[in-house]
Write a protein that binds this ligand. Structure first.
Ligand code: COA
Length: 356
């Protein structure tokens, strides 16, 4: 008798390895290295959480100063790289991010140093990719945090309060165990490919609309509504046509995405968000009543970035510049206890054909 094969399409429900970096607990909270991510976002800055995710423990004062200095020191791009970017004038920043990261020189460095150098350069790559098209100039803001520097690169604006909101969102985006881009990175790492190649694979995977690419599509509908009713009608039409609505659904969170709820609570503190927040909640409530599908981080994340005055072209690059710290931790974890990731498939094609 032929043994029945159960194909785990999309690897749904399959546990492929162990990780000590992140998980979701029984109450549905996302944890980084054991700490609830919403507590980290309330009490810690981006640099401390990035250090925690990458090194596995919160930094001491000295460690944090050193780490922050490392990120600043390594943020600048090589003059030759800047020349290439000017020649490319690539309109899609994610394409530049993927291409420019792949140009990183990787000799003479440890994997850890190289990964943190790539992470440190991401905000500059994003800025210069945009500047190659728009001709924008960098504004100099002294004594700033990682989020403040990044916010000013994105918006040309040094508003510390707004940068603080971006910082919390970036903490939410930083890590999410075996999501698609991290898994792609771990597959590459499991072949013992170098960190540059593995991060390039992760960026390429993040770009798809079912993963990170969802966040730039959300505003395309949200900004068009003029009432809660219009927002609900939009959902009804989409569901009737059996089309997916970007910003809803998640492989892990079937009831609530804690990150989305946290970002929504932050949006409630911004008066400028009031109108769109009402449309967003109308959609969320209807979607839940009809389909029991929750809003995800991208849904409220896109609305927060819009409220902060960040242009849509930066949404996915911001996700990448945050998640790179999670990717880096996963690279190190994969190679520290490696087995090549090589699943198998059920063959459905013909057999025994005669070659004519
Ligand atoms: N809009 C409408 N229906 C949705 C939906 C959405 N955003 N997300 C899931 N569904 C429906 C599916 O059509 C499917 O219905 P069916 O069982 O009647 O066929 C069911 O919910 C299960 O969805 P499925 O796509 O199989 O779940 P998944 O775990 O494989 O996929 C996502 C998860 C995130 C890829 C999926 O929810 C999605 O495509 N969401 C939109 C993109 C997005 O926002 N991505 C960002 C994720 S953070």
């Amino acid at each position: 008798m032929v043994e029945e094969i159960r194909v785990a399409k999309g690897l749904e429900g399959v546990i492929v390895d162990r990780t000590a970096i992140a998980t979701t607990d029984r109450e549905g909270n996302l944890l980084y290295r054991g700490y609830r991510v919403v507590d980290l976002a309330e009490k810690k800055d981006f640099e401390s959480v990035a250090y925690l995710v990458f090194h596995g423990k919160l930094p001491s004062m000295d460690e944090k100063v050193q780490f922050s200095e490392f990120l600043v020191k390594n943020s600048r791009l090589d003059a030759r790289v800047l020349e290439v970017m000017k020649l490319m004038k690539e309109p899609n920043i994610m394409n530049d991010l993927r291409s420019v990261v792949s140009l990183s020189p990787y000799s003479h460095k440890t994997n850890g140093e190289l990964l943190m150098e790539i992470a440190a350069k991401m905000p500059s790559i994003i800025f210069h990719s945009d500047a190659a098209i728009t001709g924008r100039k960098e504004i100099q803001v002294p004594n700033t945090t990682y989020a403040e520097r990044f916010f000013s690169l994105l918006t040309g604006n040094a508003d510390r309060k707004k940068a603080g909101y971006l910082e919390k969102l970036m903490i939410m985006y930083m890590e999410h165990e075996f999501n698609a881009s991290t898994f792609a990175l771990r597959v590459a790492a499991s072949t013992l490919a170098d960190p540059v190649s593995a991060v390039t694979a992760a960026i390429s995977t993040l770009k798809g609309p079912l993963h990170g690419g969802a966040n730039s599509e959300i505003l395309q509908y949200l900004l068009k509504f003029r009432s809660d009713d219009e927002a609900v009608s939009f959902v009804m039409d989409k569901l009737a046509r059996k089309e997916k609505i970007m910003g809803f659904g998640h492989r892990v969170y079937k009831i609530k995405d804690p990150r989305a709820q946290y970002v929504k609570s932050k949006l409630r503190t911004l008066r400028e968000a009031e109108k769109f927040l009402s449309y967003a909640e109308a959609m969320e409530n209807y979607m839940w009543e009809e389909k029991h599908i929750p809003a995800n981080l991208d849904f409220y994340g896109a609305l927060l970035m819009h409220t902060l005055g960040i242009e849509e072209k930066f949404y996915l690059p911001i996700f990448a510049a945050s998640r790179v710290f999670g990717w880096s931790a996963h690279y190190m974890e994969q190679v520290s206890d490696n087995k090549i990731i090589r699943p198998q498939s059920e063959y459905t094609g013909p057999v025994g054909l005669e070659v004519p």
